[in-house]
Design a protein around this ligand. Structure first.
Ligand code: 13P
Length: 336
């Protein structure tokens, strides 16, 4: 089993390819739709995902895996073709978000703890039968005057480890996502503070993963980049972000991990691409690094689609462009 987990992880990290995060919960996709004045209906959610997954050339050339929600994993295109079949045709591995969201943690710090362990073993068995090759669980780490607390870091790290071992038991590769959030409130922290918190979080996460007996060769890490908060006065260059991020990861992420797939976390589309490319130009990294972007791959395609099937072709072109740019970034060859 270890070997097949590692094989899935390696395939997700195929050179020049990355992961499309299309696992927005019903609530989150509803917020994205509301911004373009669309109602949050089952049909529109289906159409939107059909637009993305039907971008055949982009999917074949640049996307190794797609993270889905349970709704989408079981859904079909308007003509009745299951999304799983569409993805299989493009040789894309289907993945599944299995956490149930981040909920307020008791206390004064405004922190969150991710829920969803109850019944997870049974759900994972079911997802494996449906063909899911990998899963995702996102922990949210907040920075403010008192956060993150030690308690919150430890609680989230522990839950990530319990999730990861259950995934591996089911033959599913866990993507371990501890996100130090940069676009939250107040968001005025410096890049250095993000570096320190990210390092601390990763240290705790790998400690818990080891304690739980998680096979590091059969997982992927989905971290944030090291960035100042969105409202900070810090304005690091692309190269500074790249260097600081890779430094922190090198210090805390074991070389046994087969790959790192970043989240975009509120960066502009071009920033997310530029940072990834700059990181991949740096020498001496023990793991390949690629994208596992949600917004940075979808923003323009979503607006171009605007809820209309007649815009599918144009929206797919917009998506293909971003996927291509990020594919170049995954090999350090993107330039603006
Ligand atoms: P963003 O790239 O939009 O941050 O989303 C990636 C993701 O999957 C967050 O869990």
């Amino acid at each position: 089993m270890t070997k097949s987990l590692n094989a899935i992880a390696q395939k997700l990290m195929t050179t020049g390819m990355g992961i499309l995060a299309a696992d927005e919960s019903e609530g989150t996709i509803g917020k994205r739709f509301a911004k373009i004045n669309l109602p949050n209906t089952l049909d529109l959610r289906r159409d939107y995902r059909e637009m993305l997954f039907g971008a055949t050339e982009a999917m074949k050339n640049y996307v190794s895996g797609v993270i889905l929600t349970e709704e989408t994993l079981k859904q079909s295109a308007a003509d009745g073709t299951p999304f799983r079949a569409i993805l299989a045709d493009a040789d894309v591995i289907p993945g599944i978000k299995v956490d149930r969201g981040a909920f307020p943690m008791p206390g004064e710090a405004g922190e969150k703890i991710t829920e969803g362990l109850d019944g997870l073993r049974q759900r994972l068995e079911h997802y494996a039968e449906l063909g899911a090759g990998f899963a995702k669980w996102r922990a949210v780490i907040t920075i403010n005057d008192i956060a993150p607390t030690r308690n919150n870091i430890r609680a989230n790290a522990h839950v990530l480890a319990r999730y990861a071992m259950l995934c591996q038991e089911a033959g599913i590769v866990p993507i371990v996502e501890p996100e130090v959030v940069g676009d939250g409130e107040p968001g005025n922290h410096s890049m250095e503070r993000c570096a320190q918190v990210t390092g601390d979080v990763l240290e705790n996460v790998f400690k818990e993963l080891r304690l739980a007996g998680v096979d590091l060769a059969g997982m992927l890490l989905k971290p944030n980049m090291v960035l100042p908060g969105l409202n900070s006065r810090d304005r690091p260059t692309v190269e500074e972000v790249a260097r600081r991020t890779v430094d922190v990861l090198k210090e805390h992420v074991p070389a046994a991990v087969p790959g790192i797939a970043f989240l975009s976390g509120g960066q502009t589309d071009e920033e997310a691409t530029a940072h990834l490319s700059a990181m991949n130009r740096l020498a001496g990294k023990p793991w390949p690094m690629t994208f596992s972007y949600g917004r940075a791959l979808q923003n323009v395609a979503l607006r171009t689609w605007a809820g209309r099937r007649e815009n599918f072709t144009a929206a797919r072109q917009a998506f293909a462009h971003r996927a291509h740019m990020n594919s170049l970034a995954a090999i350090g060859e993107w330039t603006n």
